[in-house]
Design a protein around this ligand. Structure first.
Ligand code: AMP
Ligand code: MG
Length: 487
């Protein structure tokens, strides 16, 4: 077990030509202090989970003190934001310190988010606020707990340095980890600049380190596109099944590895509303919950376009055409599992859409419903479920079909209930929960709620009787909560 100071950093991305990034140090953050440190993520770097006691930790994790071997850089990328191509984005407030290869041979890139301006900051201040840093920290760990591919969060460091958003707030740095932070937009920038050599160099880099199996294909770049299509389709199928709304699915926020990345105005569904828009800066609902699958494909089309110099058009189209089937198969499978259906019957999807239709009509809490469904008793009243609907008769009718359908499953009721609990979470990060942790942190410098929620959400499928109140539907005051893009 090591501390950050005696870890060895390398930086494979920094071996790419200089046009891919800008090298620069972090801008020191005034008197940083540790707000949160995640022992589970620390283990990914072979760090001693107790290294919170290290005196210099806040200085390292805020970027104030460089780590041995660190070669910090901000990466260049572009992207389609709300459908419009923006030729230069890049890490405007993030720095890659390098990567650590752990004892299992995994490479983890370490990135500071909120570490000061870079050549890609445009008009931004290069900072992140404590509020959004807490949200990113908690949600990335919650997603990991749910088994959904995501970047990870190692720590939050805070400071009293003022940052102005819609109001005066304070600055913070999230230290986040991922095997790679390359985005669709990392390719787009070179396509629109007609720098085809760079597209190939980046594709070769991504294939070599993250998709080596593509080298077996006639055209490895087609293999790369196919793999990204598949990973993205499966990722979004997981979002849809758990009721996660990303909020800003611009192509610069789409990971080449199919990870959930760049947590901003995200939200988990409370009452089921397929058209739910979690970002109040998206009045048109471009990134509404039920649009996410389509947007995933649209974004992949942008990526495919950027890769066209490396393949013929038909191969790109064929790869994109696989998206729909992969997404639908994955979503069907996820939803089927949520209902405890392990065999496939012709009317299953009708049974599921009927249920989702009723839930939408009566605005039934998505997470609570599926968790209660784990206790469904065929041919009985199931009042706890029935009471969630305004139209009880409709539920009874559906429950009748569901009871009959369950007879076709060989799994015993008790066993089914256990298995269903492994895919229907009891605990999700509802906005109001993050809001409470943020309020305590901002007003009282009390960071205990952040750690409590992190622990709770790392085991979202487990009964945690002492934490039962977090499994309720949101309190009345939370219905007016709104989350903006500002972070
Ligand atoms: P996001 O919507 O957070 O994914 O950010 C979109 C783009 O804006 C990225 O290039 C970010 O690096 C950049 N950006 C966002 N906030 C800031 C900020 N406060 N300072 C500098 N750049 C920022
Ligand atoms: Mg982003």
């Amino acid at each position: 077990m090591k501390t950050l100071a005696n870890q060895h950093f390398t930086n494979r991305f920094a071996t790419l030509p200089s046009g891919f990034y800008s090298r620069l140090p972090a801008t020191p953050l005034a008197a940083p202090y540790l707000v949160a440190f995640n022992p589970e993520a620390a283990q990914l770097l072979d760090l001693n989970p107790l290294s919170t006691q290290h005196a210099d930790l806040a200085a390292y994790l805020s970027g104030n003190m460089p780590l041995p071997g660190q070669d910090s850089l901000a990466a260049l990328y572009a992207g389609h934001q709300f459908g419009v191509y923006v030729p230069q984005l890049g890490d405007g407030r993030a720095l890659w310190l390098g990567e650590i290869r752990n004892h299992a041979g995994q490479h983890w890139e370490v990135q500071l988010k909120g570490s000061g301006p870079t050549p890609y900051s445009r008009n931004g201040d290069g900072r992140a606020v404590l509020r959004s840093s807490i949200r990113e920290y908690l949600c990335s760990e919650a997603m990991y707990g749910l088994g959904i591919p995501t970047t990870r969060a190692l720590s939050i460091t805070g400071s009293d340095e003022a940052v102005y958003r819609e109001r005066m707030e304070t600055a913070a740095v999230v230290t986040r980890l991922a095997p790679s932070f390359v985005r669709f937009g990392s390719f787009e920038v070179f396509y629109y600049r007609r720098q085809h050599t760079e597209i190939r160099t980046l594709a070769d880099f991504v294939i070599k380190h993250y998709y080596p199996e593509c080298r077996e294909q006639n055209n490895p770049y087609v293999g790369l596109l196919q793999a990204v299509v598949a990973n993205t389709a499966r990722l979004i199928a997981q979002w849809q099944a758990v009721g996660f709304c990303h909020g800003v699915m611009n192509t610069d926020n789409m990971s080449i590895l199919g990870l959930t990345i760049d947590y901003g105005p995200f939200g988990f569904l409370d009452a089921f509303d397929p058209a739910h828009v979690c970002n109040h800066s998206d009045p048109g609902g471009r990134y509404a919950f039920d649009q996410q699958p389509q947007v995933g494909l649209w974004n992949l089309q942008c990526l495919a376009q950027a890769l066209l110099p490396l393949m013929d058009q038909d191969s790109a189209i064929d790869a994109l055409n696989q998206y729909k089937a992969i997404f639908e198969t994955a979503l069907d499978q996820n939803l089927r599992r949520k209902l405890g259906l392990h065999t496939t019957q012709p009317d299953d999807m009708a049974l599921i859409s009927q249920l989702l239709g009723m839930m939408a009509r009566d605005r039934v809490d998505y997470t609570l419903f599926f968790r209660r469904l784990c206790d469904f008793q065929p041919q009985q009243a199931n009042t706890a479920l029935r009471d969630m609907f305004l139209q009880g008769d409709a539920f009874d009718q559906w429950a009748q079909h569901y009871s009959l359908r369950l007879r076709q499953e060989s799994m015993h009721q008790t066993q089914r209930s256990v298995v269903m609990r492994q895919c229907n979470p009891k605990y999700i990060l509802r906005n109001y929960m993050a809001e409470i942790a943020i309020g305590k942190a901002e007003q009282e410098r009390d960071y205990s709620e952040i750690e409590r929620l992190r622990q709770l959400l790392s085991q979202p499928f487990s009964e945690q009787p002492e934490q039962e109140h977090y499994a309720n539907s949101p309190p009345e005051w939370a219905t007016t909560l709104s989350v903006s893009c500002s972070s």
